[in-house]
Every structure is written in structure tokens, then in C-alpha cells.
Design a protein around this ligand. Structure first.
Ligand SMILES: CC(C)(COP(=O)(O)OP(=O)(O)OC[C@H]1O[C@@H](n2cnc3c(N)ncnc32)[C@H](O)[C@@H]1OP(=O)(O)O)[C@@H](O)C(=O)NCCC(=O)NCCS
Length: 181
């Protein structure tokens, strides 16, 4: 099992035993995350749905299709955030899309930057990726700033790109390429 340690976080894949912690994260951050995510059905906010998400994540890992991580404190008492190296394609592409979210009460402390620096080193190292793509809505300044700090470069602008909160929203397209080519 992959475990990444940073000064303030412990980062690992979720297991079945994490369903309640993920559920709590979703419930506590429902209003905070809603503007940046797809419209969620009520079922999303149930323990059963969090358990299903974790089962889906584990299956994606098994198939080498995506790698979701929980960002925890060192004591593992709480989910601080999550990130996902999703839509992974091998062959001549060796690329994925990156998604991430941090709990409202842990925002603005550089925690996602700390977690992603480690996650991206893992993606370009052991996972063998060449390109990680991350896209954000122009009004999500915090997310844009985070990506810029991590070295992501703007590659384009896609109109009506993702259906967020029930609306097709424009997105800035960015990517980070393997540091050694
Ligand atoms: C985007 C998100 C993950 C950032 O997490 P975070 O832990 O707060 O990020 P960090 O503290 O590591 O870095 C955020 C950067 O934004 C800056 N920032 C903080 N508050 C800000 C604000 N109100 N407006 C713009 N930038 C802000 C920080 O100073 C930091 O930049 P710096 O390194 O140049 O100082 C978090 O805000 C979040 O979960 N948002 C909701 C979900 C979301 O938007 N996901 C991404 C969808 S693309």
C-alpha cells in the first residue's frame, strides 16, 4: 500500500474502514464544495455512497485507471482532503487528470500544496506518468493559484467544458509535464 508522508500529512489510498471518515468529510464540507463539483443527489451524502466510492476507487487502482488518495493528519483522526489522479491512460500518453479538495477548516494553510507536491512526485516517479492535467473554472482563483505554485502551465481555455453545479462551465486547462522530460 502506498503511503506518502509530508511534514503535516499522511497520504494513502482509502480502505473500507475509511467510509465513515469520508462520509463525515462530505457532510461537513457540503456547502464548501458544492460550487466546484457536479450536482450531487441526496444519496451522495449517505454512508453507503461513501463506501461505494471507496470500492470504486479500489477497483480503479486494480485496473490502473486512477489513483485516489485521502489526505489525513498524522494521527489519521480526520480526512483533511482528497485528491485523485483520474482517467489514467497509458501507452503513448502516460497521463491523467488531477482533482482535489480540502476541508473548509483546513483551507489556506498550504496543506493541499504540501500534499500535492508529494502526490505529484509519486505520479511522476513510481507511477510512471509523463503528464498530469488539471482544469479549473476562471473564478476559482484559489485553485488556479495552487496549480501555478505547483508549476502547472496554462495550455488552453475550454468553453462549457464540465457540468459543475448543474451548469456547463468554462475551464482553464493546465498541465504539468514530467520534470525530466
Ligand atoms: C482549491 C483548494 C484545494 C486549495 O487548497 P488549500 O489547501 O487552501 O491550498 P493552499 O493553501 O495549498 O494554496 C492555495 C493558494 O491560494 C492562495 N489563496 C488563499 N486564499 C485565497 C483566496 N481567497 N483567493 C485566492 N487565492 C487564495 C494561497 O495563498 C495559496 O497560494 P500561495 O501558495 O501563492 O500563497 C481548496 O480551496 C478547495 O478544496 N476548494 C474547493 C474545491 C476545489 O475548488 N477544488 C478544485 C477544483 S478545480
Amino acid at each position: 500500500m502506498t503511503i506518502l508522508l509530508t511534514p503535516r500529512t499522511r497520504i494513502r489510498h482509502a480502505s473500507e474502514a475509511d467510509a465513515a471518515a469520508l462520509w463525515r468529510f462530505r457532510m461537513e464540507n457540503r456547502a464548501h464544495l458544492a460550487p466546484w463539483e457536479p450536482l450531487r443527489e441526496e444519496r451522495y451524502y449517505t454512508l453507503g455512497h461513501s463506501a461505494q466510492t471507496i470500492a470504486d476507487w479500489r477497483e480503479a487502482i486494480r485496473l490502473d485507471r486512477g489513483y485516489a488518495f485521502l489526505v489525513l493528519g498524522h494521527d489519521e483522526r480526520e480526512v483533511i482532503g482528497t485528491f485523485n489522479l483520474a482517467n489514467l491512460v497509458r501507452g503513448v500518453f502516460q497521463a491523467c487528470h488531477l482533482g482535489y479538495a480540502v476541508a473548509q477548516r483546513w483551507q489556506g494553510q498550504g496543506l493541499m500544496r504540501e500534499a500535492l507536491e508529494s502526490g505529484l512526485a509519486w505520479a511522476f516517479g513510481p507511477l510512471g506518468l509523463h503528464r498530469v492535467m488539471a482544469n479549473y473554472m476562471p473564478r476559482n482563483e484559489r485553485s488556479g493559484r495552487l496549480l501555478e505554485r505547483l508549476g502547472f502551465e496554462r495550455e488552453g481555455y475550454a468553453k462549457r467544458y464540465l457540468c459543475i453545479g448543474g451548469e456547463w462551465e468554462d475551464h482553464v486547462l493546465t498541465a504539468l509535464i514530467h520534470p525530466r522530460g
